[in-house]
Design a protein around this ligand. Structure first.
Ligand code: G
Ligand code: G
Ligand code: MN
Ligand code: NA
Length: 254
């Protein structure tokens, strides 16, 4: 309860910030977008990672106003970058289970796109497999309505959930993001190599884009390149940083 009140106060006081991490096109080598990642910066100037507050926000329902703030702020930033003359970048935003299941998600996304004037094609929502475990039919309907807005849909942490793969053919998904737990072992773990290679081949077969997260080394990158992975993300390219710290880099790499 103390934490809930602190988070509620933090949202009202503007203590949440977004960091942005580049997404890289494997063939062209340039940046194609960024992922927005929430951080909490209390007045003592420490930075609290999302693992410490997203679960609590999710339990208490505060994720709904917080998620709306994240979505609006990310879309505003995407628009601001276009207005400074950068090419349109993908703005990838994480959704929580509760946000995905909320009644007015589609209307909210539509309203924020209109208010911020971010082209719909620039917005990519990151979903997780766990969102589809219950209420599959309702999930399909929500996803179809989101797609009808013109946005992109990605599955985050792919391979770590417990859901069946049937949703890949039934749901309007654009991209798979291979979880970083598989990327970590690519240089030395034959199982991780097999899993990553299989996800990439399956994505190609299903005509889905595929991105590898958490790339930290050249060895990991070499393997992913050999397998034909479409997009990269990880500290090897850039850490998540505030918008202001990324702008020059985006200009140089787009
Ligand atoms: O940035 P970091 O690696 O610490 O993020 C940890 C986790 O927090 C990731 O799984 C990421 O998806 C999640 N996360 C980051 N920002 C947000 C957000 O704005 N909303 C939701 N729902 N999850 C987020
Ligand atoms: O679950 P999700 O994909 O949203 O989580 C993204 C998280 O991964 C972010 O919190 C980000 O800080 C973290 N991250 C991004 N790149 C790397 C990386 O190369 N190595 C590690 N360890 N974490 C990373
Ligand atoms: Mn993510
Ligand atoms: Na992930």
């Amino acid at each position: 309860l103390i934490m809930e009140n602190r988070l509620r106060h933090a949202l009202a006081a503007g203590e949440f910030i977004l960091h942005y991490q580049p997404l890289i096109d494997a063939r062209a080598g340039h940046v194609i977008g960024v992922e927005a990642l929430a951080r909490w910066q209390p007045p003592d100037n420490t930075i609290v990672p999302p693992g410490k507050f997203i679960p609590i926000a999710e339990e208490t329902g505060l994720i709904v106003p917080l998620g709306e703030w994240v979505l609006r702020t990310a879309c505003e930033q995407g628009r601001a970058w276009i207005d400074t003359g950068l090419p349109p970048l993908v703005m990838a935003v994480n959704l929580s289970v509760r946000q995905f299941q909320s009644e007015n998600l589609v209307e909210l996304v539509q309203r924020i796109l209109e208010e911020t004037r971010l082209p719909a094609v620039c917005l990519e929502l990151e979903l997780t497999e766990s969102m589809f475990m219950e209420h599959a039919e309702r999930s399909i309907e929500t996803l179809n309505r989101l797609k009808a807005l013109g946005i992109q849909l990605a599955i985050d942490d792919f391979g770590t959930g417990y859901s069946s793969l049937t949703y890949l053919k039934r749901f309007p998904i654009d991209k798979l993001k291979i979880d970083q737990s598989f990327v970590r072992g690519l240089a030395h773990d034959p199982n991780d190599r097999e899993i990553a290679a299989t996800i990439i081949a399956m994505a190609r077969g299903l005509k889905l884009g595929v991105l590898a997260e958490g790339i930290e080394s050249e060895q990991q990158l070499d393997f992913l390149r050999q397998q034909g992975c479409d997009y990269y993300q990880g500290f090897l390219f850039h850490r998540p940083v505030p918008a202001i710290e990324l702008e020059a880099w985006l200009r140089e790499h787009s």
